[in-house]
Write a protein that binds this ligand. Sequence first.
Ligand code: SF4
Length: 341
Amino acid sequence: MGETTHPAEDAWVFPRVGPELFEALREAHPRRIILQVPAGLVRNATELVDRIRSETGATVVLGARPCFGACDFPSKDEAPRADVAVVLGHAPIPNVSLPRPTYFVEMREPGGDPGALADLIDGAHLPHQLGLVASVQHLDLVSPLSEELRRRGYHVRIERGDRRLAYAAQALGCNYTGAEAVAGEVEGFVFLGTGRFHPIGLAFAVDRPVWSLDPLQNVLEPPIDRAGLIRRRLLAVASVRDARRWGILVSTFGGQNRSATALALQERARARGREAELITFDRLDPRDLEGRALDAYVNTACPRIALDDGPNYPKPVLTPPEFLMALGELPLEPYRFDTYH
Ligand code: SF4
């Protein structure tokens, strides 16, 4: 197999680790496989290495760098001799090209009782015009849960987003365009999945109440405090309105590189009499920004770095729309989520 760039539509997708994956890998005759697992799944990663090796006969190398999305798949430099990648826990991002044939194992979760979950929503008296959004692991529950809700008189809206999303109802932490498309027609959203990462992003993206529904624990959380989230971001914007020296952060990860956005922001900053230098990195670490003679940063990589991890950095870090707010080029309201298209 060659080392040319492969369009994402040539990515192979599997619901779980199993015979279909091994069969497809054997057919590809790889010599060396790079296996990437997200932080939450590293515990059993070495067993999986053994299993893939014995099933395929190929050399299998485990990527040690934590990965957070299908946006930061192993680059050519990280695994120069691997002719195939296996990426666990993510769906492919359709508009991102890959450096080698890549087998995505989405780790679909078969659990969850749609009837019990619909009862939970009904019992909590959620509004009857609802949008439904899910993490990739729980997408198989979207259809049966919608059916159950419709049977209880709910009007459920599910939409497909832009080309960064592989499926209808799917959420990425940087892209909720499916939800945004129906936000005007619903009174609130239910996020189907675990943890707060996706529902918080959804609350930033849509001006509607967002409830999280954990389908494994059968727990419905109270709505996310959207006003509080935005208030904190607007305070960050206000704190750097007079900042003179800006660093514009650009990631080299294949699915996080917005160089064109970075250059456009640099131009806007200079037009407003500010200094702005581009700083490039792959995985950003707060320590990388220590000791620099800069007042603030704008981050063009993963939008969630500024929104979720901002307090860990030595200077304020804004998203691109927030940066334009700070320059006075965008109004403060409505708040604009930094959707990565
Ligand atoms: S850019 Fe961030 S939110 Fe988007 S897929 Fe990558 S890690 Fe997830």
